[in-house]
Design a protein around this ligand. Structure first.
Ligand code: Z5A
Length: 208
């Protein structure tokens, strides 16, 4: 089985930028990488992403949002993630189930037991080998993301929502230190990349 690595954090912390760096790093040490994202990664998943992020249903219920995240994930696992892992490829995924705990659990205040039941149902035993949470204060993430296009349905939530999301991520890292680490993403690019490289070594993804 290949390695399954996910990247997490609030908006604007640098997931997309650092995913490119991780891919280059792993490929230069011989990994065959598949880069993907959630929600998305398949035709159905990308269609669900469009629905989840558009403003056409600003009153979507939190339960509907949760179920759509897992519907997209079920498709993603069966069509992309599991086949790649079984083919000994390294899967680099921009967000996965930890985002559901953080956004739907922390942000929307949904019952965490509902999320773990769905996690069990959709994933069985599968968990990422390593989840890197890029952590930075909400103001920094928002300022970095702010220079881009119009905010999507979730991005337009208020700061207290994103504070809860950030706290939920920090709690996840505290609970599962064997597979989740925090990186201080408030630092400049080079310092963030240095920490990421150290964690990839620490968690035995890269040789030292
Ligand atoms: N969501 C959910 O609710 N539940 C779930 O289960 C899942 C997802 C899976 C889509 O995610 C939404 O789905 C997301 C959570 C929800 N909504 N929100 N918020 P997404 O990952 O596609 O969207 P995003 O979080 O909004 O990603 P993003 O805004 O594209 O952020 P990013 O990828 O982390 O940042 P970036 O594009 O790499 O960097 C942003 C800018 O900052 C860019 O100009 C960089 O050059 C700059 N940057 C990055 N790092 C640095 C440093 N270190 N110094 C200076 N400047 C930097």
């Amino acid at each position: 089985m290949g390695k399954f690595i996910t990247l997490e954090g609030i908006e604007g912390v640098g997931k997309t930028s650092n995913l490119r760096y991780i891919k280059e790093l792993l490929e230069s040490s011989g990994h065959d990488c598949v880069v993907t994202r959630e929600p998305g990664g398949t035709n159905l998943g990308e269609a669900l992403r469009g629905l989840l992020l558009s403003h056409s249903d600003d009153n979507m219920s939190a339960d509907s949002e949760l179920l759509m995240m897992f519907a997209a994930r079920a498709e993603h696992l069966s069509k992309v993630i599991l086949p790649a892992l079984e083919n000994d490829q390294t899967v680099l995924c921009d967000r996965f189930t930890e985002a559901t705990y953080a956004y739907q659990g922390g942000g929307r205040l949904l019952d965490v037991d509902k999320i773990s039941e769905l996690e069990e149902w959709v994933q069985g035993e599968l968990r990422p080998d390593l989840t890197i949470i890029l952590d930075a204060p909400v103001e920094i993430g928002r300022a970095r993301a702010g220079s881009r296009s119009e905010p999507d349905r979730i991005e337009k939530e208020q700061d207290d929502f994103f504070q809860r999301v950030r706290s939920a991520y920090i709690e996840l890292a505290d609970h599962y230190p064997h597979r989740i680490c925090l990186v201080d993403a408030s630092k400049e690019f080079v310092a963030v990349q240095q920490q990421i490289q150290e964690q990839l070594v620490e968690y035995d993804i890269l040789n030292s």
